[in-house]
Design a protein around this ligand. Structure first.
Ligand SMILES: Nc1nc2c(ncn2[C@@H]2O[C@H](COP(=O)(O)OP(=O)(O)OP(=O)(O)O)[C@@H](O)[C@H]2O)c(=O)[nH]1
Length: 607
């Protein structure tokens, strides 16, 4: 970061390579747009600055929806206009915040009107176009962004103006038609931490200007107070009990930034009671400093018995995350010599395959180097470790503490094949890897709900709840769940309150570190396979013996299958007693092979 008072004078030409034109009345828009465009010359670079997506809105106003690191919400920014004062252009933008999923706790704090709009099926569509609907967007407003630029290009300011808490009380209360209180008399209709929410956007914005202007800004925070507004049946009035604290954070760039008067002080902030300017370090802005723990990626652990549907869920979840520009790195650890799962994930995701054992038994060192390679390849905010079907999450968590300098540990998500719970609930109830995977989970995905009747589903749920009542339990088909619920669950629990962090579990894991060799699980691979029929494949499964749990691989299938032509490459999946085929990906670097995994299985070769 350039030092304060850098040798060369600041010039806005590093952002717009021409003199400012006060007659355009949209120079602040140009200063915002140009900075964002430059940041986005490289998407990876924009991510490092904290941007997670910017989209211009339609309509007569210049407006954008934006997403930034560290916030699950969508911000709306709408240009309101600009004026000239003391040889400086002063522009104002209205700032909005839109929650993204139904479980977001912010809904509870926003006005009832916002919640009503959020319930509409057109909500997401209208958010994308919020600037056309000023009245619609009003309940989501959280303050203003101001910009000030000297006409000679020697000074630039960006400022956030918002209330510490926007609280509005309903003095007479609000009740439904049948007389039930929605808000009791004197209760708060909204309580929005506007300033704290707005800071998430200020972080990347100030960092972007800092980099492009090659100047460290002078940061000040001032505040003023006034009586809050309340309302009664008759209309709005001053709240006799609540005081609002309005905060103004300014980041000033330029030679005389420290001495510069605050233009906004001309009105509210010059009022008696405003505090003396406080100088703050820029690192106090969220996401500014690169090496805080907040900037470390969150690593979620994905467990589940062999063939329960981990990779299927992972593929669907990655589609969801990538579609929201939440780039995710994946570390896959397979039991068996060939990494089919990495091949199935395709090319869009960065994947590190750790395929020489099970991570819970032997691989904590290579996990560190895998994470570091992923972090170097792409500034990811989320990492997912897909463990082998035999991994015990209770063994992994303590080891992950050694990685606390490079990752924050996220959720333990366990995928469970509900057919397996239905067939043998006792396997889950008694001590063993199936039990520990369920007991150690924060989220339980009861997958393959399509293969059991409804009453079996209820039984399976009861079985899992008895083992782990605190986990979030979601039903899934082909890994499809409301993915936003995972974010909401993680956001709600600070790390230490997650079910998987219960001290008794960790204690137990230290005492009994389960390994697979003790349970006689092993694997072998058949490679360079000749073309096979479905019946030929079934015969190979039988040869492996009764202990066979899982087979996967890619073969040249001569007689075709559902959705697969004759004489074509097919992915073979055998799990939970079901043999399934799917079209093989074009890229198959390992040739034709089958991996067999099970208990006391007998390896054989094709002679
Ligand atoms: N019927 C049904 N099959 C499913 C569902 N989810 C996954 N499968 C199938 O189950 C088989 C195993 O799925 P995977 O996602 O590879 O399971 P996994 O847990 O990653 O397997 P391992 O990593 O080998 O332990 C595949 O044939 C999937 O198509 C589901 O909801 N219903």
């Amino acid at each position: 970061m350039p030092a304060r008072g850098a040798a060369h004078p600041m010039n806005l030409k590093t952002i717009i390579p021409r003199p400012l034109d006060p007659s355009s009345c949209t120079e602040c828009v140009a200063l915002f747009r140009a900075a964002l465009t430059r940041a986005y010359f490289s998407r990876a670079h924009a991510r490092r600055l904290g941007w997670r997506g910017v989209r211009p809105c339609g309509g007569p106003h210049s407006a954008w929806t934006l997403r930034v690191a560290g916030s699950n919400h969508v911000f709306g920014l709408r240009f309101d206009g600009e004026q000239i004062h003391n040889q400086k252009i002063h522009g104002c933008f209205s700032l909005y915040i839109f929650p993204q999923h139904a479980e977001d706790p912010l809904w509870e704090r926003l006005p009832l009107e916002a919640l009503r709009r959020g319930l509409s099926p057109q909500y997401a569509e209208t958010v994308r176009d919020f600037a056309r609907h000023e009245t619609w967007a009003a309940p989501f407003g959280i303050g203003w962004l101001h910009m000030e630029a000297a006409l000679d290009g020697s000074f630039f300011r960006v400022a956030l103006e918002a209330m510490a808490r926007w609280r509005v009380r309903a003095l007479d209360g609000i009740c439904t038609n049948n007389g039930q209180w929605v808000i009791p008399p004197g209760g708060k209709e909204c309580d929005v931490p506007q300033y704290r929410l707005g800071l998430h956007l200020m972080g990347p914005l100030v960092q972007t200007y800092t980099e492009q202007l090659e100047q460290t800004p002078y940061i000040r925070v001032r505040h003023t107070s006034r009586q809050a507004t309340a309302y009664t049946k008759e209309g709005s009035c001053a709240d006799p009990e609540l005081t609002e604290h309005c905060l103004l954070l300014t980041a000033d760039f330029g030679a005389d930034a420290a001495a510069s008067a605050i233009f906004l002080a001309d009105d509210a902030y010059a009022a008696p009671g405003a505090t003396i300017p406080v100088q703050r370090k820029i690192a106090h802005l969220p996401k500014y400093s690169e090496d805080t723990t907040q900037d470390m990626p969150v690593l979620h652990i994905l467990t589940g018995f062999l063939g329960s549907g981990k990779t299927t869920f992972l593929r669907a979840w990655l589609d969801y995350l990538n579609g929201r520009e939440r780039y995710t790195g994946v570390i896959q650890n397979e039991f068996g010599q060939v990494a089919l799962d990495a091949t199935l994930l395709g090319t869009e995701t960065c994947v590190e395959a750790l395929d020489d054992g099970c991570v819970c038994c032997s691989l904590s060192d290579s996990l560190r180097s895998g994470i570091e390679r992923l972090k170097a390849a792409m500034p990811t905010e989320t990492l997912i470790l897909e463990t082998t079907g035999l991994a015990n999450p209770q063994n992994i968590l303590p080891d992950l503490r050694d990685l606390s300098d490079i990752i924050n540990v996220g959720l333990v998500i366990t995928v469970v094949d509900c057919g397996q719970v239905f067939r043998a609930p006792e396997d889950f109830a008694t001590q063993g890897v199936l039990h520990d995977q369920v007991a150690g989970a924060d989220v339980l995905l009861l997958n393959k709900t399509d293969i059991v009747p409804d009453n079996a589903l209820l039984q399976a749920e009861a079985c899992l709840k008895a083992i782990n009542p605190r986990a979030l339990l979601l039903r899934a088909q082909r890994g499809n769940v409301p993915y936003a619920a995972l974010d909401a669950f993680f956001d709600e629990h600070s790390n230490s309150h997650l079910p998987s962090r219960r001290p008794c579990l960790e204690h137990m894991s230290v005492q009994t570190h389960a390994t697979h060799s003790t349970k006689n699980y092993s694997s072998f691979a058949l490679t360079q396979l000749p073309p096979l029929t479905r019946r030929g494949i079934s015969a190979l499964l039988t040869r492996a013996g009764n202990g066979l749990c899982r087979v996967k691989g890619i073969v040249h299938l001569t007689d075709g299958a559902n959705g697969i032509a004759r004489d074509a490459a097919a992915v073979v999946q055998y799990a939970g007693g079901q043999l399934q085929f799917e079209p093989a990906p074009k890229n198959n670097p390992d040739g034709d092979y089958l991996i067999f995994i099970g208990r006391d299985i007998t390896p054989f070769t094709l002679g």
